[in-house]
Structures are given as C-alpha cells and as structure tokens.
Design a protein around this ligand. Structure first.
Ligand code: HSE
Length: 313
C-alpha cells in the first residue's frame, strides 16, 4: 500500500508571536510512503526538488537513513502503538525551499506522519499527530498550520500537551514572500538568541501579540501596523541576514503595507499588504538585497486555508 500527502509551506512567528503562531502558504511538499513487500530491504528515502540548483548542497546533507526526520517521526508513531517500522520507501517531492524559514522540515514531518498513520489504519488523531510532530520539530508553530492550514496559534504546555486553535485571517491581505539565495539553518538562527531576555522586552511582545490577534480578527489595519513588532528574536537574528533591517525600515511608512517580518527563523521575509503595488514591494526588496549581492525570489500569495491532505491512498 502507498499513501501520498500534500502539505503546505508555513511561516512562523509573524513578528511578536515567536514560537507561538504561524500561517500556511500555497507552496507544497508531497510525501509518499510505501510499505515495500520485500522483507529485509530496510528503508529507502528519495528526495526530489522542483526548485533549481539552489538547494543542491542542502539536499546532499539530508540524511537518507534512520536519522532522517521523516523516518524519526514515523518511527515515533509506530512506537506509540507498540510497533516498529520495517520496510518503508519514503519519497519526498519538494517545492518548499529548504533552510529559508518556510517550514520545509515541518511539512515533511507532518506529511510522513499522516501517510504512516493511514498505512497503520489511522490509530492517531490530529492532536496525537501534532504532539509527535512538535516533539520532532521542537516547536509547534510550523507543524500546526501545516496540519490545519490557515492561521494557527499553538502552544506546548508544561505537561507536554499541545493547545492549538485555527483563527481567522483576512483573505484580502496579500502575503509577499521574499526568499534570498542563501541558507540559514534554524539551529544557527536559534543559537544567537539569549537564554534570558529583559522583562521590558517580554512585556513588549506580550502587548504586541495581543494587538496582533485582535488586529487580524477584526481586520484592523491601523492596529496591525503597530502590532507587527518584536523584541524577542528578530533583533538578535538581524546580524545573520544582510539587508533585513533596511528592508523592514523601507516599508515602515508606506500606506497599504501592514508590516514586514522575518519568516520563521529566516532568512526569508514576509511583507503583508492590502491594495498596495506588489511590484513596488518586489523592487524595493530586490534593490536592497542586490546591494548586498543577494539574489531573491519574490512571490505574492493569499493564505492557504487548507492543511495537509491525503492525495493518494
Ligand atoms: N519559531 C521558530 C523560530 C521557527 O523562530 O526559531 C523556526 O522554524
């Protein structure tokens, strides 16, 4: 039996919501898992990228054995019902650029789990899958919207349980994703964050997160422009992303641009706008990055309201 799952890209944090919120975007990975019939064949992991040569080096570095994150997630699911995975063929068809802050690892983890769950006769419910995905990924803010689609808040509580809700997102808001041609691993982007932050910065983010949720819920664009600010992760990551501060500054006083934030751990950036000239966004970002000898792929999307979906099997 063979199961294929299509999973959307995701962008976490949205400024003040560090490790807490994320949204799905219409770029997809497809993960196919097949139980092979030949005993003793072990696992086989194949990766195919629809992107250009940009990802070749990162692709080479992805483990094709038991250390692969998809396999690890699948193994945890099997173990949770007292089984061991044996002969599995895992194919990953990737459209989501890797190590750019667009949830490529969350997508493959979620896709692998949903496919394996179907192969096993669906023993795990959504919450159980989300819990395993969070354990493998380390935080729930990408895996939750990858499963559910749309705009999602998610928290791993102290007892390990995951609390999550899908919230409204104004469909009329455009999301422009600016993807530079350099990679930044999440582990490096997390390594520059301090273990402790000033109380004033924590309060700043709590206030802006409250504003953000209300602004999104009520489509309050004026409030959104204030809300999309952060003091917990972006200021520390700035040094890893040339041009980041300049790009954010460039959109600060543009009517119609609601904000500009780092996508997840970066280096991709998001510009959220409404009735604003998208070409102007593209040329502003391109010009700033070109000044730093950085090429960029820039695309404008609406949010993807659908989450992971079984497309075969
Ligand atoms: N919330 C995470 C971070 C997302 O910013 O490190 C990484 O994918």
């Amino acid at each position: 039996m063979k199961v294929s799952v299509k999973v959307p890209a995701t962008s976490a944090n949205l400024g003040p919501g560090f490790d807490s919120i994320g949204l799905a975007l219409p770029i997809y990975n497809t993960i196919t898992i097949e139980e092979t019939v030949l005993p003793g064949t072990g696992i086989e992991i194949n990766l195919m990228s629809e992107d250009d040569a940009l990802d070749e080096i990162s692709f080479e570095n992805i483990p094709r054995d038991e250390n692969n994150i998809v396999y690890k997630a699948v193994e945890m699911l099997y173990n949770s019902i007292g089984q061991e995975p044996s002969e599995l063929k895992i194919n990953i068809q990737s459209q989501i650029p890797i190590t750019r802050g667009l949830g490529s690892s969350a997508a493959v983890i979620v896709g692998g789990l949903i496919a394996a769950n179907k192969l096993l006769g669906s023993p795990a419910d959504e919450t159980a899958l989300l819990s395993i995905a969070t354990e493998v990924e380390g935080h729930p803010d990408n895996v939750a919207p990858a499963i559910l689609g749309g705009f999602v808040m998610a928290s791993q509580e102290d007892d390990g349980s995951i609390v999550y809700r899908k919230l409204n997102w104004p469909d009329e808001w455009d999301i422009t994703v600016c993807i530079p041609d350099f990679e930044l691993s999440t582990s490096i982007a997390r390594s520059v964050l301090p273990a402790q932050v000033p109380m004033a910065d924590a309060i700043f983010n709590a206030k802006h997160m409250a504003m953000l949720i209300h602004a999104i819920d009520t489509k309050d664009e004026k409030l959104m422009r204030v809300a999309l600010q952060d003091k917990l992760h972006q200021p520390y990551r700035e040094k890893l992303i040339p041009g980041m501060r300049e790009i954010m500054e460039a959109f600060k006083h543009e009517d119609g641009v609601l904000g500009c934030v780092l996508s997840g751990a970066g280096p991709a950036m998001l510009v959220i706008s409404h009735k604003y000239d998208i070409d102007k966004i593209k040329s502003t970002v391109k010009n700033i990055w070109e000044g730093q000898s950085i090429k960029a792929e820039i695309k404008t999307f609406k949010i993807e309201e659908n989450g992971a979906e079984i497309i075969e099997g």
